[in-house]
Design a protein around this ligand. Structure first.
Ligand code: DC
Length: 221
């Protein structure tokens, strides 16, 4: 059984996917982490990121694995090093590269093979798992997403200016929506959930009830 969660940056997808997976007894797949891992690897290898062919060569030689629920790159577990502003700023080179996307989509399908997963990203309900039993599209206003991100950055000791975080958020949204392949899009059969006025707990409870009802309808347990 696959449940997909797509949506823009800062909509709460990662946290909600983890809590929902825990509630349902599913595994979780954070596909953004895979794009981050390849960006980090290319930076470490000092590849010219604007050279699409060099980026493909570098990306396709990477070994991405999930072991005990954690993403590993070439045998090493990944942590906060893939979540730096340096990685976030360069990730569009990797996310816009059609061959790298094909490679990651192939891996994402392989990772969830024969298990129950909540998979989150931008294209999970549209491209990667069109037959998922439940698809959600999480949104929140860009101002709220920027505010949440500002709180998160400050809690990590990074000083921020709200207007800059907002401008950055708008740029990320533009890039995610304009990508030629795998762009951020609500699948026609996805349920849109506006999280502006909902707590995490309320969203997770709401989504888990929908998944349970759906699996009963389909007679899956
Ligand atoms: O979810 P995140 O912010 O960690 O994702 C980082 C970037 O990866 C995001 O800006 C777009 C890209 N991405 C993507 O193109 N497709 C996905 N399925 C997941 C992420």
């Amino acid at each position: 059984m696959i449940v997909t969660i797509d949506g823009p940056a800062g909509a709460g997808k990662s946290t909600i996917a983890i809590l929902l997976a825990k509630r349902l007894g599913f595994h979780v797949l954070d596909t953004g982490a895979m794009y981050r891992a390849l960006t980090y690897h290319a930076q470490q290898a000092e590849v010219n990121l604007s050279d699409a062919n060099a980026l493909v060569d570098c990306g396709l030689e990477c070994k991405l694995q999930i072991k005990n629920g954690a993403l590993h790159l070439n045998g090493k577990v990944l942590g906060q090093e893939i979540r730096t502003p340096k990685v976030s700023n360069d990730i569009h080179y990797v996310a816009d590269n059609v061959q790298i996307r094909q490679f990651l989509v192939f891996l994402q399908r392989q990772f969830v093979d024969s298990d129950n997963f909540v998979s989150e990203g931008r294209d999970q309900g549209t491209i990667v798992f069109p037959n998922a039993i439940c698809k959600f599209f999480l949104t929140a206003s860009v101002e709220n997403r920027a505010r949440r991100r500002q709180v998160q950055m400050e809690s990590q000791g990074q000083p921020t200016v709200y207007d800059e975080v907002l401008a950055d958020q708008l740029e990320r949204d533009r890039r995610d929506q304009c990508r030629s392949v795998g762009r951020l899009l609500k699948a026609l059969d996805a349920m849109a959930i506006e999280t502006d006025d909902m707590t995490l707990e309320v969203v997770v409870e709401h989504l888990s009830q929908i998944v349970l009802t759906r699996s009963k309808q389909l007679n899956i347990s």
